[in-house]
Every structure is written in structure tokens, then in C-alpha cells.
Design a protein around this ligand. Sequence first.
Ligand code: DAH
Length: 346
Amino acid sequence: MLDIEALIEETKSFAPANKEELETFRVRFLGKKGVLTELFAKMKEVAPEERKSFGLQVNSLKVAAEDRLNQFKDAFEDADTGSNQNIDLSLPSDPNPLGSFHPLSLVRRKIISIFSRIGFNVSDGPEIEDDWHNFSALNFPPEHPARDMQDTFFIDVNPDQEKYKGSLALRTHTSSIQVRVMENQAPPIRTICPGRVYRNEAISARAHCFFHQVEGFYIDENVSFADLKQTLLYFSQEMFGADTKIRLRPSYFPFTEPSAEMDISCTICKGKGCNICKYTGWVEILGCGMIDPAVLENNKIDSKKYSGFAFGMGIERITMLKYSIKDLRIFSENDVRFLDQFKGVR
Ligand code: DAH
């Protein structure tokens, strides 16, 4: 017969050096084939008058063994995770990693800074627009084929807003902000309007269903095409370097007359010819022109007294040229390996 008193004593003085010794102890006392199982099995062999005191003794052993186990289990677990020990309070703390500006934010901020130096302020407008601000006021008549130049996301409106039916849409360009500003301000107006725009286009390396533009325009007495050209030359050289050349090609936009598209000398090959500029030495960066007098009149600005120029560019495009980025999908993927490369850039 096992000496229970001795076992209790042994249990109480047990002090394992490591996890393994503790586990051996657990198996020996509390395991399926351990001492306690054996003792409980013996219970029925014990004479009835001794059974009670035997039972109490076995129970004391069980409690003692469990106590011991719990006490050391915690100690070894703490050592494993180092939660209570092994903390060196004299160590310097982990450096707090700095984030970076998104490259599109960097370029937007740079565009704002360049234009603010020649007197342009910043204006804003809603991303959900009505037909008037996105199209009609800008001289896109209903059914005009020019509306097809931009694939629009129209918005279903609830029946209480019947008056907007078929008219609310995600703005397709920041030119809509021109209209918002003209409604609220009198010339002289000199402003740029950065913002996000949406078009129902298949996503590829060169196109996305949402992207960013900056619209700019200047309305005053005697604003001329020469003013437009000089402003855009100044912008291009500030953005891409003093050796940057520009060229204007005739184009068409409903809200400008005359209209042009502007190319800059290729930032990659400096005009020698490469696959970015398709070996032409030039890359297109924006559309521009003199604001059509009809647009001024739509917004109650006297077109006999005032004239203006306007331009619009894609921020993604400028950013891709500036940082040699070949696929615009990467801008919206939030891959930190890409974003980290802009750490410290201001
Ligand atoms: N809104 C045009 C577009 O999204 C860009 C543009 C062209 C804006 C000519 C202008 C402009 O202000 O004069 O394609």
C-alpha cells in the first residue's frame, strides 16, 4: 500500500527546475495511470470503517498535487513569454516608424504650391454633381456627342428627388468646379481646383474608374492665349525642371475656344525618343484653351468685358511622369513597399 502521508510531503516540497520536470510530476500524480487514479481505484478495497479517512487523505494529496502544478505552470509560462521577467527598462524604445505622403498627395501639394506663387487660390466642389455643372453649363448640350468623350456613372435617385432624375452623376472632370466658382464669385478669378473624378472605364495600366485632376482657370479683363501659354510654361518648368519645353496642339473641348492639348518634352529621354514618349520626344499632359464666351454667359459673366483661359490635367499622369511609374493601378493598391519609397519626400 502507498504511503499517502509521504506522498503529500513529497508533493509539498516538490520544486521543478524546468517545464519537463513539472510535466513528469503531472504525469506521475495526475496522469491517467498516475498515483491518484491508482489510489481512487483502491478505495473499494479499503475496509468500510477506514474508507472515510482514506478518502480524505487521497483528496488532500490531489489538492496538494494540483496546487503545485498550477503554481509552477504559471511561473514557467511567464518565463516563456517574458511578460514579468527579462524586461530591460534601460533599453531605448522601438523607433516609431514614420509614414509617408501618398505620391498623388505629394504632386497635388506641389501643383498647389507652384500655382499659389503666381496668385492662384484653391477651390473645391462636390463629387456628386448634377447635369448642369458637369455638362450643360460647360456647353455640352443634351444629346451632344461630346458627352460620349467621358463615360459617366449616373446615380439612381430616390423618388423624393424626382427633379434630379437622370441628372445626378459622379463628376467626370473637375471642370464642373469652374461652374461652381463662377456662380459664386465675380472676376477677377484665378483659381485651381484639385479633386477626384470618376469614369466608367475598364481598369488597366493607363486607365481607372476613378482618378484625380486639377482644373485651373483665370478670368479677368484682357486675358489672352499668351497668358495661358506663359502660365503653362512656368508650371511645366517648375514641375519637371527648367529645361522642360512645351508645345501646344489644336484640339477640341466644348467649353473652350480655341482649344489645345499641351505636350512637354519627354521627362525620361529629354526629347531623344524612348518608349514612354513612343519615340516622339513629347508626352501629352493637359488640355486647355480660352473659355468659350457661351460658358461665361451661362454663368452670368459678361463675355464682352471679360475673357479667360482654362486648363485641366490628370494628377496620376503628372505623378507617373515625375516618378517613372508605369502602371496607375498601383496608386490605389496601398502596397506599403510602393508607398515606403516616398518616405521623407515633401
Ligand atoms: N475636362 C477635360 C477632361 O477631363 C480637361 C480639360 C480640357 C479641362 C481643357 C479644361 C480645358 O479646363 O480647358 O478631359
